[in-house]
Design a protein around this ligand. Structure first.
Ligand code: PCA
Length: 210
C-alpha cells in the first residue's frame, strides 16, 4: 500500500506576491498526484492550527514542510527546530514576537526525523545544489517545524526543506529535487525516533539565521 505523505508549503509574505515553496509544490503535485498537499498562510497563529487540522484529516505516514529562504542558493535540509520565536519581520497579520519560546516547557531544540543524510546524498548525486542546515531561522518555518516535530516527530518521519527563491533555483528543478526526496522517504520506511533525529542533527553543517 502506498504511504500517505503530507506536504505543505507557505503562501506569500514579506512584500512578495509568490512563494517559491508553493510554486514548487504545485509542480511536485503534477509529478506525484497522490500527495496530500496544503498551502499555509505566513500567520503564526493560523499556520500551526491548519497544520494540526491537516494532520488529523490526512493521518499521514510522513510529513514534509516546505518554505522559501530568500538569499539561499541551495536547497536546505533543515536538521533542527529551535524553541524560539524571534521574527525579523512581522507575519502577515502584523505579529512580531521577539525572543519568546514557542512552548515554554518544551526542549530547546528538536531534531528532524526525515532520512536527511540519504536525501542529501541522493540529491547531490543527481546534481542538485543541496546542503544540510542546522538553523531554519526564528520565523514561521522554524515555528512550524517545531510544532510538527512536537506533534509527530517521534511517530512518523517529519521535517522541513527550505527552497531558494524561484529566480535562484528554477521551480521545475526544485520540484524534481523534491520528487527525489519523497522517493527516498517512501523507500526508507519509518526513520522517526530519537536516534535517527540525533544523527541528522549531528551531521548538520550549515546554518544561517534570517
Ligand atoms: N519562509 C519563511 C516563512 C515562510 C517561508 O516560506 C521562513 O523561512 O521562516
Amino acid at each position: 500500500m502506498r504511504r500517505k505523505i503530507l506536504v505543505t508549503a507557505f503562501g506569500p509574505f514579506g512584500g512578495r506576491t509568490l512563494n517559491a515553496s508553493s510554486l514548487a509544490l504545485a509542480e511536485l503535485k503534477k509529478r506525484l498526484p497522490f500527495l496530500n498537499t496544503r498551502i499555509l498562510p505566513v500567520d503564526s497563529v493560523l499556520a500551526p492550527r491548519l497544520l494540526t487540522r491537516a494532520l488529523r484529516e490526512v493521518d499521514p505516514d510522513a510529513v514534509v514542510l516546505l518554505g522559501e529562504a530568500g538569499g539561499s542558493t541551495t536547497i536546505r535540509l533543515e536538521t533542527t527546530a529551535w524553541n524560539e520565536l524571534d521574527f525579523r519581520i512581522p507575519d502577515i497579520r502584523g505579529r512580531q514576537p521577539q525572543k519568546l519560546p514557542i512552548h515554554p516547557s518544551a526542549p530547546a531544540s528538536l531534531a528532524s526525523t526525515l532520512p536527511l543524510e540519504t536525501i542529501h546524498k541522493v540529491l547531490l548525486e543527481a546534481g542538485h545544489e543541496i546542503s544540510l542546515s542546522t538553523d531554519a531561522g526564528r520565523y514561521l518555518c522554524n515555528q512550524l517545524l517545531f510544532h510538527a516535530l512536537r506533534l509527530m516527530g517521534s511517530t512518523i518521519p517529519t521535517g522541513f526543506i527550505h527552497l531558494p527563491l524561484e529566480q535562484d533555483y528554477a521551480t521545475e528543478k526544485a520540484a524534481k529535487a523534491l520528487e527525489a526526496a519523497i522517493q527516498v522517504i517512501l523507500r526508507t520506511g519509518n526513520t522517526a525516533g530519537p536516534s535517527a533525529g540525533r544523527r541528522a542533527a549531528r551531521s548538520g553543517v550549515r546554518g544561517r539565521r534570517r
